[in-house]
Design a binder for this molecule. Sequence first.
Ligand code: SF4
Ligand code: SF4
Length: 328
Amino acid sequence: LPERSGSKAVRAVVDRSGKTGWISNVQRHSTEDGPGIRTTVFLMGCPMQCSWCHNPEGRTCDPKLVWYAPRCVGLRHCLEACPVGALTLSARGMRIDRSRCDGCGLCQGACPAEALEMLGRSRAVEEVAEEALRDRVFYDRSAGGVTLSGGEPSVQREFAAELMRRLRAEGVHVALDTCGGTAWGRLAPLVELADLVLYDLKLMDAASHRDHTGIPLEMVLENARSVAGTGKPMWVRTPVIPGITDGEENLRSVARFILSELPNVERYDLLAFNNTCVAKYRRLDWDFALEGRDLLYEATMERLAECVREEGAAFVRWSGMTKRATSP
Ligand code: SF4
Ligand code: SF4
């Protein structure tokens, strides 16, 4: 698994008052994270370490500096701005010494070409709420809303709760996207504030689950049962990762668990693997464990969805990038 922190010198802390939170992205006009047109707020920090993670910058609560080679015009203002000498520019590109970089962002501000970017920043709950509320007209017209995702929102549970309360007070539908890899006592208050819970079930074999996520399966299943016990509507989601989660028996097993233990699941989504995050890993100086792994075939996704249907889960659907219309 890749190293978890972007910058060793960064000592970011979670604001337990909930007034500010580490946010890696606010994505508008999202249609994949719940019903209707939504804004997805990506909170940083995650207890899991999935090798296929698409938001690696969000694994820890700290800013992470990246450099975009095509934008760099070589003026070296960033090198002069850096107070700790963490940057070296050569013909081979920009080297960021992450053991020195403390994420101050001065280099980003000094670059006229916007070739340096800090991924993730601490933002006030009110600022994030106001940004999300700008698209309220779209939520109203499409029965959409706002989804808190990550990372895992319960890592910054005080901020997540504040944001959810603020949005609910405005009458906005709020969904919580959780990996379930945390103590129920941390998750429960957020589930209570959610109109819908998007719940990830990735692997149903205990050893594989621990190997690939670092978290015990039983905790995730027990939390899923607890969410079901609240009666909140749930959508279960499985990222379909070639060679890891794409086994027919794994997906059939998820379907059986849903049908036998989660009566409030309205929908089961199979999310096809895509490898577009590889460039992001490189910019963070991390290895992407699945680099070179190909997209799945459309026919493979159809077949896997059919397996799930055969188990009785007619509410399954799949989405995502696929290789082409035919099977191998
Ligand atoms: S100026 Fe840039 S490279 Fe230097 S410490 Fe600050 S963020 Fe890191
Ligand atoms: S649970 Fe999601 S955010 Fe966390 S490591 Fe896994 S894929 Fe990434």
